[in-house]
Design a protein around this ligand. Structure first.
Ligand code: ZN
Length: 284
């Protein structure tokens, strides 16, 4: 199994998921078709499925043209996104298992908050896979190219970002906090592939929230270097997010104190602190 990040639009990421045994391939969140078709050509594979994390146009905008090129595509999204995802053929729910070729099994995690039908695709058992980024010329080099094989991975769309989380367009702070808490409980080595390249600004915010955090300062430095080299910051890991992402840390006293000082939450519960952090980030 290999994961290939594809920069799209201004700061979106689509991803190819390739089962190397069978060459069957899915694309996660094709915001536009051009870069995806080019990546398929570079990799020498066809396309079998679209995995949409939610209905927003900057995650589904390429669906129609990809269906024109590959009319047999399976198009997966949450059942609540019925009528909102172009070409949707599979209406998934929390806990559903999907497969691709011999090597790829993914579990659907329903994480409402950004939108009501937002889902993540969690792949728990990838031990047999090869490190990503080791294909021929044209593949985007990423930090993962020099790391050992991925053991587990997740595509989080606009729910969990590197160092941040998505805005609350259709959900409540309580829903989003519960959704993010579920993701935070995944194994720490799980690699997180999110929908946008927002890591630098997210970590600038994290440093405002926790000015005394060495972990945030170190991650920020690393991310700034990666961006200066023009490389994607994905993937991160659940361990990194737990250590530095303020939206997974509303139970931490320093984070709660910072939210109290800046946004006056109604009380000190993790959900109210989360809501205050999200309001603060919205105007950051
Ligand atoms: Zn979105």
């Amino acid at each position: 199994m290999r994961i290939v990040p594809i920069p799209c639009l201004r700061d979106n990421y689509a991803y190819l998921v390739i089962c190397e045994a069978t060459r069957r391939t899915a694309v996660v969140d094709p915001s536009e078709s051009g870069p995806v078709l080019a990546a398929l050509q570079r990799e020498g594979v066809g396309l079998d499925a679209i995995w949409n994390t939610h209905h927003h146009l900057d995650h589904t905008g390429g669906n129609k043209e990809l269906l024109d090129a590959y009319p047999e595509l399976e198009v997966i999204g949450h059942v609540l996104d019925q009528g909102r995802i172009p070409g949707q053929t599979t209406f998934a729910g929390d806990g559903d298992e999907i497969s691709l070729g011999d090597e790829v099994r993914a579990r659907i995690i329903h994480n409402p908050g950004h939108t009501r039908g937002a889902i993540s695709y969690y792949m728990p058992d990838l031990a047999a896979g090869r490190p990503e980024g080791q294909s021929e010329a044209g593949t985007i080099p990423s930090a993962a190219a020099v790391r050992p094989a991925i053991r587990s991975a997740i595509f989080t769309g606009d729910t969990l970002f590197a160092g941040g989380c998505g805005r609350l367009f259709e959900g409540t702070p309580g829903q989003m906090h519960a959704s993010l808490s579920r993701l935070a409980e995944l194994p720490e080595h799980t690699e997180v592939f999110c929908g946008h390249e927002y890591a630098a600004v997210n970590l600038r915010f994290a440093a405002e929230v926790e000015p005394g955090s060495k972990a945030v300062a170190e991650r920020r430095k690393k991310v700034d270097q990666v961006r200066q080299n023009g490389q994607p910051t994905v993937p991160s890991t659940i361990a990194e997010e737990r250590a530095t992402n303020p939206f997974l840390r509303s139970q931490v006293p320093a984070v709660a104190a910072s939210a109290q000082a800046n946004e006056s939450p109604a009380n000190n519960s993790p959900v109210e602190i989360f809501a205050a952090l999200r309001r603060w980030r919205d105007r950051f």
